[in-house]
Design a protein around this ligand. Sequence first.
Ligand code: IMP
Length: 425
Amino acid sequence: MPAIVLIGAQWGDEGKGKATDLLGGQVQWVVRYQGGNNAGHTVVLPDGQDYALKLIPSGILTPGVRNVIGNGVVVDPGALIDELGGLQERGVDTSGLLLSADAHLIMPYHTAIDRVSERYLGKAKIGTTGRGIGPAYQDKIARVGVRAADLLDAKILRQKVEAALEYKNQVLVKVYNRRALDLDEVLDTVQAAGRRIEHLIADTRLLLNQALDAGETVLLEGSQGTLLDVDHGTYPFVTSSNPTAGGAAVGAGIGPMRIDRVIGILKAYTTRVGSGPFPTELHDAMGEHLRKVGGEVGVNTRRPRRCGWFDAVIGRYATRVNGITDYFLTKLDVLSGLEKVPVCVAYEVDGRRCDEMPMTQTDVHHAVPVYEEFPGWWEDISRCQTFDELPANARSYVLRLEEMIGAKVSAIGVGPGRDQTIERP
Ligand code: IMP
């Protein structure tokens, strides 16, 4: 059996947690391959309990599934301990969790720099989650990062943190006018946390390849989304990793030929948090309506999400850059009760029609949506179990989206619950 990638097709928050959880019964492993505790996945179980996951793969809620925080993830040890504790308090068995020895750690100076550098950027700020994600990835690429395996060697850990702090303290004090961090204090914090997570550290790329060789199925769970990808997203208003499908092989340590299904998660409308271009954003009462009905508030940061209509240009782009085999369309129920449902089918950029994502950042910023209006439906669809039970206009909406984005919709979310999903085999 293969590896399956699950990836957000828009700017994140498409409902990946629910999709991963749905597949949980069919997979033996769930792997997070990038990002960190900037992500927020909400999963609602049949008993009505909901779980907000940040760093830990959603497979943790399915008994028997082994969960991996892959080498491509950046891990805040304190956040990991808190999340584990929260799950354990609620009776979730967390014994199947492993942490790649090569995952980079978010250190206290990363969080400090993330917050202060955003303030420094003023109006040009990215609107990061302030969790130290970007600064941790910067250090990874600059080859001055600290990795999970370093927690197992106190001498090396000290050397690395000392070298990093020498520079970071100059930045904190001289550039940002902040207090320098004390080496021993930082080490105490990190080592205390390290002692509580070191039993999770493993050679996860070896284990994952062995699992695939043994015929097990591995689900590679992306966080954020295609347009937040540092290479393929709306740069510079992006996260610092590669959520797109190619990032899954790198961030888990498996070969790309192992992957034979790439599921895109796509919301029936669009949302984004943080700064940056968003062509279909609604600044009016309709945007407020989507935010309210869709419960569009950040799981992790509690920030209200920006809301707008479905954008087929983005959908087509996501299909292409991820090689999406099929889509899970989420939150279709949020659109119930609208007389017309507009969909952005192309952009107009400085008088030209663009059917595909514009090449330059300037053009993306100038993109004005070209809308096609679809007839809405009034019925409550939250109890529909099959595609045929959906109102005719809801079915047409889905079928038109499929045509426009160039991939099949294999599942449709009609409510937050685990059982509120229509599957289309
Ligand atoms: P960072 O990932 O904290 O560096 O933030 C960079 C950008 O990605 C900001 O616009 C964040 O709002 C956005 N972002 C990060 N994580 C998520 C997520 O899980 N969902 C949606 N947006 C996110």
